[in-house]
Design a protein around this ligand. Structure first.
Ligand SMILES: [Ca+2]
Length: 218
């Protein structure tokens, strides 16, 4: 991810983030089984395309393999059991802000297949989905994220993402909140970078704990 790409993405997203980011109360997934013979609607698993729902779930797509910037400042636990948004586990990402690689920022791309920076075939056609949503909270509240993003890997040998959308800067709360990135009008025909977050050390000099859950295309 070049800084130029990232900054232009943030600038565009700032204009729409007020509309695109909506907050909602947590809801537990209930069974919504349809009676036999009713209209052929997707099951609760089928209507969503998950980046992450639970540790080891067969519904997970993409791998949190694309560590960027000060990757030595990051730790990832995909099976954090304390206070997930839904189910039994969420993701905890710890950022130390120690500038291990001298970049002053760090982030992670969820990729398909793992470590795909556009240098190998992969990805998914997500054209039928209208948004990507996720639950997020900070360990203390007040953590400043540079952005959360879908797509945006530019591609090297093969091809990169067909489009991108971002929240722009987000300040976290200690309580779970659901964010929605509107994907209307986006070309989602080839997405190798299903989800991404990035934050910088200047905004978070003491680092942070970041929790994510139920990252999915809807
Ligand atoms: Ca979960």
């Amino acid at each position: 991810m070049s800084s130029a790409t990232s900054k232009s993405g943030i600038a565009v997203a700032l204009a729409v983030s007020a509309l695109a980011v909506c907050l909602a109360a947590p809801k537990k997934s209930g069974s919504s089984k349809l009676a036999p013979g009713s209209a052929a609607k997707a099951s609760s698993e089928g209507q969503y395309f998950y980046v992450y729902t639970e540790q080891g779930s067969k519904f997970n797509h993409y791998a949190p393999s694309g560590w960027m910037g000060d990757y030595g400042d990051l730790k990832v636990d995909q099976g954090w059991k304390d206070n997930p948004a839904e189910g039994k586990t969420c993701i905890r990402i710890t950022y130390s802000a120690k500038r291990s690689q001298g970049a002053g920022w760090a982030g992670i791309y969820w990729q398909q297949p793992a470590n795909n920076w556009g240098n190998k075939a992969g990805g998914y056609d997500l054209s039928k989905y209208k948004s990507v949503t996720f639950w997020v909270r900070g360990g203390a509240g007040g953590e400043k994220m540079g952005e959360f993003k879908a797509g945006g890997i530019s591609g090297q040998m093969e091809k990169g993402d067909s489009d991108t959308a971002t929240t722009g800067p987000v300040t976290l709360t200690a309580d779970w909140k659901k964010y929605t990135i509107d994907l209307a009008g986006k070309d989602l025909s080839y997405i190798i970078g299903g989800f991404c977050f990035a934050a910088n050390a200047d905004d978070n000099p003491n680092g942070f704990d970041l929790y994510l859950d139920e990252i999915r295309y809807e």
